[in-house]
Design a protein around this ligand. Structure first.
Ligand code: GTP
Length: 597
């Protein structure tokens, strides 16, 4: 296909505004699948997902559309994830497109989650086409939504496309708008091959499938190519696209998006953002924007039942097959026994993995306090990397410590500016810049990463009712007055809850943590003191009072089966607890306790 007849775009939408329904309609309208095939296709994917516990990631589809001008266009519709933990992956997907459809529900109007995506899309110089969907609803108010798009998003909305993805109204208009308003890709067909590795996933039949955008040159089946970051060469054995059916072809040309396979076994061998070139006479200049994806949050994961250790190792291995950004190695803990030290892109990523281990692999786990990587300069000149607060050396031998910092850019409507500034200030932030763009402020802050990884994003969203957007990158290490804080439950230190904190915030963090633990740990038959301490010095304390009655007391010896049920329930509850000394701590307590109030 000539460049002039290619359009690469994504869909930006707030949850439930109709992104999937619209995408399905576009596929149907352009004949990618018949209505019957469509329901079969969806069923197929769900079956495989259910059976194998894997996610089908072929979300980028190629549509062929014959426009009113008589020309046939190749439209590549790309799906993108939407969380700050995966900001880099999103940025590569956006870099592969020239435009986006911004879908807004005609009855709901502009909502917050949309904004962060729109700003990112604008940063990539995308042409954005507003689409007002669900105009069939009685509550639809097109004029109001138009105004909101202009005021809140800052995009002209006179020529917004009106659709009902449900009834099919306006779908042809969307396709015409894509062709007319989104620019075609640029690139030199005769230059040496440059393809961007946009995404990759593991397919049980094909091995690793790689989604690419051809920036220059041509990529052919049977070609020997080089992945510039890893330096590895591979023979391309399949080239194609999804319509969404998998279609195999002989080549991908400049400007196109498609997939390749090359007998690659692990996703870890592919780096998102890498440049693929020909092995012979390739380019010397890789595409800009590549970043090594490094885990920034580490925590320990331990099976509650020690017998599950091997099962946990297998499950982590399986997850890693499809998620190269997640790392793990074996570790052992005095209190928790054998487990694994795991690295994640952020707290959401951690929670996704934890959830999958629990739900799909049926494992009961203890997750220890998440931590960033500190640099510890010892008095003897040695430099140690600290991934685990439990390994903190004796402060007497520590000369000084360094912690990672980030630069964060936050967009927020004026109304919430004050509370956002306070949040950043409370997290030891240093304000670098504050400017106004339309009705919203753009704030740049430097922040210590350890103040951000746990719950900063959630706090930001809740303070701003979802209207703030947040993006960050690391800016290196800085010296900090850091101390290890221990948590003692019934006078026993709980190593899974110990953490490294800045001295200036230790007391308030300690107090908050003790208060939350007080609510998270159930009452026992005795009084339980909960303390936060630095070295031997207690800086905060709470007490859980003793429980009087046992659970079955309420039954008054009545219905015996009910009593048995209660006991069973209690036993099940126990299975998800961890014993420290003679205190049972529920599994949720370990992560929940870290959500700062
Ligand atoms: P997520 O996948 O959860 O992010 O949502 P989404 O944005 O993909 O929305 P989805 O397409 O799943 O649509 C959400 C709901 O709105 C579904 O129940 C759709 O049937 C409905 N819907 C989508 N488009 C229209 C429309 O034009 N009119 C009406 N009345 N309902 C619609």
């Amino acid at each position: 296909t000539p460049l002039a007849n290619i359009r690469n775009f994504s869909i930006i939408a707030h949850i439930d505004h109709g992104k999937s329904t619209l995408a399905d309609r576009l596929i149907q309208e352009t004949g990618g699948l018949t209505a019957r095939e469509m329901s079969e296709q969806l069923l197929d994917n769900m079956d495989i997902e259910r059976e194998r516990g894997i996610t089908i990631k072929a979300q980028t589809v190629r549509l062929h559309y014959t426009a009113q001008d008589g020309e046939t266009y190749q439209l590549n519709l790309m799906d993108t994830p939407g969380h700050v933990d995966f900001a880099y992956e999103v940025s590569r997907s956006l870099a592969a497109c020239e435009g986006a459809l911004l879908v807004v529900d005609a009855a709901q109007g502009v909502e917050a989650q949309t904004l962060a995506n729109v700003y990112q899309s604008i940063e990539h110089d995308h042409e954005i086409v507003p689409v007002i969907n669900k105009v069939d609803l009685p509550a639809a108010d097109v004029e109001k939504v138009r105004q909101e798009i202009e005021d809140i998003v800052g995009l002209p909305a006179d020529d917004a496309v009106l659709t009902s993805a449900k009834t099919g109204l306006g779908i042809a208009d969307v396709l015409e708008a894509v062709v007319a308003r989104i620019p075609p890709p640029k690139g030199d067909a005769d230059a040496p091959l440059k393809a961007m590795l946009v995404d990759s996933w593991y397919d049980p039949y094909l091995g690793v499938v790689i989604l690419v955008r051809i920036v220059e040159g041509t990529l052919k089946k049977g070609q020997q190519v080089k992945f510039m970051q890893t330096g590895e060469t591979h023979l391309i054995d399949r080239v194609g696209c999804f319509t969404p059916k998998r279609i195999e072809m002989t080549e991908l040309n400049v400007g196109e998006i498609g997939f390749i396979t090359a007998q690659i076994k692990e996703v870890a061998q592919t780096r998102v953002g890498d440049t693929i070139t020909s092995a012979k006479n390739g380019t010397a200049a890789p595409l800009p924007g590549f970043k090594e994806v490094q885990p920034v949050v580490f925590c320990g994961m331990f099976p509650i039942d020690a017998a599950d250790f091997e099962k946990l190792r297998d499950s982590l291995g399986k997850l890693r097959l499809n998620d190269a950004s997640f790392q793990w190695e074996a570790e052992s803990s005095a209190a928790l026994g054998f487990g694994f030290r795991c690295g994640f892109l952020g707290l959401l990523h951690l929670e996704i993995i934890q959830e999958r281990l629990t739900r799909e692999y049926d494992l009961d786990l203890i997750t220890t306090a998440p931590s960033v990587v500190y640099k510890v300069h010892m008095t003897n000149g040695e430099l140690r990397e600290l991934h685990n607060p439990a390994d903190m050396p004796d402060p007497a031998h520590v000369a000084h410590m360094e912690e990672p910092w980030i630069e964060a850019v936050i967009y927020v409507p004026d109304d919430y500016l004050g509370s956002i500034l306070k949040l950043c200030q409370d997290r030891r932030g240093i304000q670098k810049n504050l400017t106004y763009v339309g009705g919203r402020a753009q704030i740049t802050y430097e922040l210590p990463l350890n103040e951000v990884v746990f719950d900063f994003y959630d706090r930001l969203k809740s303070i701003s009712r979802g209207y703030a957007s947040f993006d960050y990158h690391q800016i290196g290490y800085r010296e900090g007055d850091l101390v290890k804080m221990n948590i003692l439950v019934n006078a026993e230190p709980v190593d899974a809850l110990s953490m490294v904190v800045h001295r200036s915030v230790a007391e308030s963090r300690g107090r908050g943590l003790c208060e939350r633990l007080k609510d998270l740990i159930p009452r026992h038959l005795f009084k339980i003191p909960i303390q936060a301490a630095i070295g031997g010095k207690v800086i905060a304390r709470e007490t859980i009072s003793a429980m009087r009655k046992d659970v079955t007391a309420k039954c008054y010896g009545g219905d015996i089966s009910r009593k048995k049920k209660l006991l069973e329930k209690q036993k099940k509850g126990k299975a998800k607890m961890r014993q420290y000394g003679n205190v049972d701590i529920p599994q949720e307590a370990f992560i929940a306790a870290l959500r700062m109030g």
